[in-house]
Structure formats: C-alpha cells, structure tokens
Write a protein that binds this ligand. Structure first.
Ligand code: 6PG
Length: 227
C-alpha cells in the first residue's frame, strides 16, 4: 500500500461511488475556501475518468457565481471537437443543472500551443494561486499534459506549450508544474486497472509527473491498487 505521508488516499469499491465521493469532497473544499475568501478558483481535468465526478458535482448546491473555472490542460483541436477536454466538461459540469459557463475560462488551444499558452498565462497570473486543481493520471504517470521526459515538465512558466505528447494530440497546452504545486488542494481521480502500473512505480519511488505536483488527495478504486 502506498505510504507517502503527504498524500491522502480515498479508496472505493467502484467508479460511481468514487465519483460521488470525490464530488462531495470537492464541495467541502469549495465551501471551506469560500469561508476564507469571496471567490474559489478551480482547474478542471481532462480525459474520460472525471466525467462522472463532474456530472455529480453539477447536481450539488453551491454559490456557483462565486466560483471561477479554469482548465488544467487542453488539446490543440478546433473548438467543439469531441476530443477536446472542454467538450467533456461542457457535457458534464456545464450540462445546465449546475454552474453556467459565465465564469468558465477555457484555454484557447485552437490558436496553437505557443499562442494559447501565452494568452492563458496572463489569465492564470492575474491571481496568486488556484484553490483546487482536479486532475486525472495517465497510465505513464502523466497529469494534465505534463508527460514523463517531455520538455514541458521542466519549464518554469505558469502555463506551458506542450509538443510531442505521447497521448494524441501531440500538441497541447497545460498548467505548468509550478502552478499545480502552488494550488491549495490537488485532487487526483485515478480509478481502474490501467493506473496500477504507474501507482506501483510511484510506490517504488520512481519519479513520475504526478508525483512531482505536491501533496494530493487520491481517489482510487481497488482495481487501481496493486497488492
Ligand atoms: C488529457 C488529460 C490527461 C488525462 C489522463 C487520464 O488531456 O488526456 O488531461 O491528463 O487526465 O490521460 O485520462 P483518462 O481519465 O481518460 O484515463
């Protein structure tokens, strides 16, 4: 079992209870944040796993107008493309039951990685730090669009252009490592057998991008945990 002190593990039997528990956890963190400050800034994940959690989150009762939504990363594809991460969040979190998109700030990845990263950097640097970053994890231990042995992982910028990503599309935009580290809370949704290998490598001390982002709350199921 993983025993990294700074990380906390929330383990569930199945993906739906995990999604609901993660949504409830995020609600608690949002409420705690709004007790301290007038706005809560959250970065949303990409990939497929988070869909159920974001769907569950959309059904919660929260002061949505006090929350600003950002993207943790985006794929350089045309607006509305089925494989864009903001398409997934539009179909789940912004499905009409929960928050509106008035306070949603997508990454303009359709402009190309360099241009989009520069533009998003200005938005992200308009405040000190994100409050909550919700992330997935790839089977190689990547998170957002920070991949192992990719130059973007070592860039110091708050938002980075990503090229030669091993997971298509090759060109992406991602919050930089420092931005993830600076956030108050990091929540990683990583259920499924496919995540086992990366989790095992982390336990054995291998350096993977997900392991570099700072203390995090893992939401895992038994399928993801190698005994
Ligand atoms: C992306 C995501 C990426 C994703 C992981 C896990 O653009 O692909 O941002 O970091 O979270 O690859 O993806 P799944 O949740 O689909 O396994």
């Amino acid at each position: 079992m993983m025993n990294k002190l700074a990380d906390q593990y929330h383990i569930y039997d199945d993906t739906q209870p995990l999604a609901e528990a993660a949504a409830n956890f995020i609600v608690l963190k949002i409420k705690a944040c709004l007790k301290q400050q007038p706005r809560c800034r959250i970065a949303l994940p990409g990939g497929n796993t988070p869909a159920a959690c974001l769907e569950a989150l959309s059904k919660q009762t929260l002061p949505w107008s006090q929350i600003d939504w950002y993207m943790g990363d985006e794929r350089c594809l045309p607006i509305g493309h089925a494989e864009r991460n903001d398409t997934m969040v539009s179909q789940t979190l912004f499905n009409g039951q929960g928050p509106s998109k008035k306070q949603f700030f997508p990454i303009k990845a359709e402009l190309g990685a360099d241009k989009a990263a520069k533009a998003y950097q200005a938005q992200i640097e308009a405040f000190d730090a994100l409050d909550i970053v919700i992330l997935g994890m790839g089977e190689d231990g990547h998170t957002a669009s920070l991949f192992p042995n990719n130059k973007a992982l070592t860039k110091q910028d708050s938002v980075v252009a990503v090229f030669n990503a091993p997971k298509p599309p090759e060109e992406r935009v991602s919050l930089g490592l420092n931005t993830l580290i600076k956030a108050k809370y990091r929540i990683v949704l990583a259920p499924g057998e496919g995540k086992q290998e990366a989790l095992k490598k982390l336990t054995l001390g291998e350096s993977l991008p997900i392991g570099l982002i700072g203390p995090k709350h893992w939401f895992l199921d038994h399928a993801a945990i190698a005994d």
